[in-house]
Design a protein around this ligand. Structure first.
Ligand SMILES: *[C@@H]1O[C@H](CO)[C@@H](O)[C@H](O)[C@H]1NC(C)=O
Ligand SMILES: *[C@@H]1O[C@H](CO)[C@@H](O)[C@H](O)[C@H]1NC(C)=O
Ligand SMILES: *[C@@H]1O[C@H](CO)[C@@H](O)[C@H](O)[C@H]1NC(C)=O
Ligand SMILES: *[C@@H]1O[C@H](CO)[C@@H](O)[C@H](O)[C@H]1NC(C)=O
Ligand SMILES: *[C@@H]1O[C@H](CO)[C@@H](O)[C@H](O)[C@H]1NC(C)=O
Ligand SMILES: *[C@@H]1O[C@H](CO)[C@@H](O)[C@H](O)[C@H]1NC(C)=O
Length: 148
């Protein structure tokens, strides 16, 4: 006959499950369109030269983030799915907060004067399908997984 675990062990087991479940719910709730907005404002904050004032004028909290230049959102989830600011001729660096755009599928930062390194947080963007950093002066090499 199988040994039946004691009620005490069973309760502990159930408590552990509840704990894990609440952690999962909490972490699922920690990212939202506000996270996306903060990540984009961080990127804006790292732009040191924006001669055409495209971001300076447009990426403003007085308007909805999904309406900003170069931003595409998923209508249903209301999360940023594409960031394409190709060719805006920006100078600056890329902040690690960019990796917080957890629903991002398309990232096009091509034809800029971005320098420095590509932050490691970018590997956290599990939804990313395409990335374009051509014609920047970034140091880090992307792993082969991004070239397909
Ligand atoms: C986004 O822009 C559209 C058209 O320009 C406008 O109708 C809409 O109200 C804006 N949405 C928000 C939330 O500001
Ligand atoms: C980004 O925008 C540029 C010009 O507006 C366009 O040529 C390019 O194809 C876009 N990138 C993506 C990934 O859609
Ligand atoms: C792009 O920026 C550089 C320096 O920041 C400037 O010399 C150049 O004229 C700009 N080009 C365009 C097309 O705006
Ligand atoms: C890279 O981008 C800069 C600014 O847009 C431009 O002046 C330069 O010609 C570009 N270089 C190449 C190889 O496309
Ligand atoms: C990746 O995401 C995890 C969980 O949010 C975080 O703890 C970690 O610091 C991130 N890694 C980088 C390199 O940002
Ligand atoms: C950057 O690369 C993506 C994917 O390869 C492509 O769709 C996009 O058009 C490129 N952007 C430009 C400005 O060429």
């Amino acid at each position: 006959m199988e040994r039946i675990p004691s009620p005490r062990i069973m309760i502990r087991f159930l408590l552990l499950h509840c704990l894990i479940l609440s952690f999962m719910i909490a972490s699922a709730n920690t990212t939202s369109i506000t996270t996306d907005q903060q990540a984009l404002l961080a990127l804006k904050g790292h732009v040191t030269d924006d001669l055409a004032k495209k971001l300076a004028r447009n990426w403003d909290t007085s308007s909805f983030v999904c309406n900003w230049t170069g931003i595409t959102c998923d209508v249903r989830s209301q999360r940023v799915t594409a960031l394409n600011i190709s060719g805006l001729n920006l100078t600056g660096t890329i902040p690690s907060e960019l990796g917080d755009l957890s629903s991002l599928q398309t990232l096009d930062l091509s034809f800029h004067w971005f320098s420095g390194s590509i932050p490691a947080s970018i590997y956290n963007m599990s939804s990313l399908l395409s990335i374009n950093f051509t014609n920047n002066t970034l140091f880090a090499e992307l792993p082969p997984i991004f070239f397909f």
